[in-house]
Write a new protein. Structure first.
Length: 160
């Protein structure tokens, strides 16, 4: 991809357009500026020149920003799991094919409609669980949450 001219991309105006406020964000202004430019294809070297710093420093800022974004996503997922009106604990040893009926029953009890078919639900659980599922076997305890809008979230137990 061609490196867009940093002169053609003003980080400040990008942040303004997307409503960035440093006081309420997990990213520093500098991290947000670097991510805004990197997401638009600007090379680290170009950003470094523009910011009057080294490429290595821009790389470090970008890495920290991406780590902070992942932590923020994890925090939101955790909060949504806590707040989900439907929470189904799936113990290690459970057959993946048994999960949809358990989730649907819990949703029926709570008056929540799941927005996934059984095969879609099994795929969502399997994908989100990663190595906690092998074939059809659940290898680690999971928590399947369903939000009021029917979205499914899967949390892996931190207990080994």
């Amino acid at each position: 991809m061609d490196d867009p001219s940093a002169d053609d991309l003003d980080a400040e105006s990008i942040l303004e357009k997307v409503g960035f406020e440093a006081e309420t964000n997990v990213l520093t202004r500098r991290q947000a500026e670097v991510l805004a430019l990197r997401e638009r294809g600007v090379a680290q070297t170009t950003i470094a020149t523009r910011l009057g710093t080294s490429r290595a420093n821009v790389s470090s800022i970008e890495a920290s920003a991406r780590t902070n974004v992942e932590k923020a996503r994890e925090t939101v997922a955790f909060a949504e799991a806590l707040d989900a009106p439907v929470r189904v604990e799936v113990e290690a040893g459970t057959d993946l094919y048994d999960i949809p009926s358990r989730v649907y029953a819990a949703c029926d009890d709570a008056g929540v409609k799941v927005n996934q078919t059984a095969p879609e639900l099994m795929k969502s659980v399997s994908d989100a669980a990663g190595d906690a599922i092998s074939g059809r076997a659940v290898k680690r305890d999971l928590l399947v949450g369903v939000t009021v809008d029917g979205s499914v979230q899967v949390r892996r137990s931190r207990v080994e």
